[in-house]
Design a protein around this ligand. Structure first.
Ligand code: P1T
Length: 360
């Protein structure tokens, strides 16, 4: 697909265009990406955005002032910030619950609840939400179910097939895959929701450029091969961390010790490339481990070909109040790894070396 680097399109006559009139509304390169990503999510409709947050924001525009959302409590810090610090000002309210328990989600539903928002696996604790069970609850209670599928990618999980109404992605991550573009995506099978989302996409205008759409299209061509390598490396790293004396706990859905390992096997086609772990020690020791890695780069984001390490409490999840964050398990001793596609032995040696040699 070429890059249609144009803002506008000549028209045949007044009010008669040739399929495209203005690039905020629609652009051929973006449309090609929207169709491609929709097909990967088995969706009839897809819409692309300038970022994952813009995609989430547009999804929440399906609601109106006075509506309530039940959201999974372990989410990307920016999602929490958007919901609590922006959308609350416009009259939406949110309850944060551990959505790995369907009973807790059900108990949080109020008369004005309109949507359930879930991430699975969650960022950064890799908790799972049973999407079939959640979809059944949402159907029974006539609520929309929106799922942020960024951590799994469409290669490993398709929430619409499991009953979700809307699936959301940060294409910045696995879909783009090369840490060179920021983008977002929303898909649905429902005509009414698509019409509303499309209206808001055009009204808000948080759309990706033609060049960024091209970059994501190019990145997604290798999604399958990258995901297999990410997973192979994550598994090796998770196993090595599990037996390290300086590690208190490892979060990885592919480990049989993960409390929802069976659900991961049923719901996903693999376990993904993200691993989080708790260092036995305080913030100072955890920082020392982060300083000790050479192949993992210390950076926010995930899902690119290069391995990244992040300290959620100080970096990606800093916008969540400390007490809330710690109650959810995002402590000062937690580190998150996005395992890239480098050599597995190199990655294991890097992280084990950093743990072995870290000094205060
Ligand atoms: O960064 P952006 O493309 O706007 O996507 C936001 C977003 C949405 N959903 C999930 C699950 C995410 O992880 C993110 C972005 N996350 C990071 C930047 C991070 O390091 O966790």
């Amino acid at each position: 697909m070429p890059i249609y680097q144009t803002s506008t399109f000549t028209q045949e006559d007044v009010g008669i265009h040739k399929g495209f009139d203005y690039s905020r509304t629609a652009n051929p390169t973006r449309l090609s990406l929207e169709r491609c990503l929709a097909s990967l999510e088995n969706a009839r409709h897809g819409l692309c955005f300038a970022s994952g947050m813009a995609a989430a924001d547009c999804t929440l525009k399906l609601l109106s002032a006075g509506d309530h959302v039940v959201a999974s409590d372990d989410v990307y810090g920016g999602t929490y910030r958007l919901f609590e610090k922006v959308l609350r000002r416009y009259g939406l309210t949110f309850s944060w619950v551990d959505a790995s328990s369907i009973d807790k989600v059900a108990a949080a539903i109020a008369p004005n609840t309109r949507m359930i928002w879930a991430e699975t696996p969650t960022n950064p604790l890799l908790k799972l939400v049973d999407l079939r069970a959640l979809a059944e609850l949402a159907r029974d209670r006539k609520l929309l179910l929106a799922v942020d599928n960024t951590f799994a990618s469409p290669y490993l999980q398709n929430p619409l097939d499991l009953g979700a109404d809307v699936v959301v992605h940060s294409t910045t991550k696995y879909i783009g895959g090369h840490s060179d573009v920021v983008g977002g995506f929303v898909a649905t099978n429902r005509e009414d929701l698509f019409a509303d989302l499309k209206f808001h996409q055009n009204a808000n205008g948080a759309v990706p450029s033609p060049f960024d759409s091209f970059l994501v299209l190019r990145g997604v061509k290798t999604l399958a091969v990258r995901m297999r390598e990410h997973e192979k490396n994550a598994r090796r790293v998770a196993e090595a961390l599990s037996s390290h004396p300086r590690v208190e706990r490892v979060y990885y859905p592919g480990l049989p010790s993960h409390p929802q390992h069976d659900l991961a096997r049923r719901q996903m086609r693999g376990f993904g490339g993200m691993v989080s772990f708790v260092v036995k020690g305080d913030l100072a020791l955890t920082r020392a481990v982060a300083r000790g890695v050479r192949i993992f780069s210390l950076a926010e984001s995930l899902g690119g070909v290069e391995s990244l390490m992040c300290h959620p409490a100080v970096m990606t999840h800093a916008s969540i109040p400390k007490a809330d964050r710690e109650a959810r398990g995002v402590t000062d001793s937690l580190l998150r790894l996005s395992c890239g596609i480098e050599d597995s032995d190199d990655l294991v040696a890097d992280i084990v070396g950093a743990l072995d040699h870290s000094r205060l």
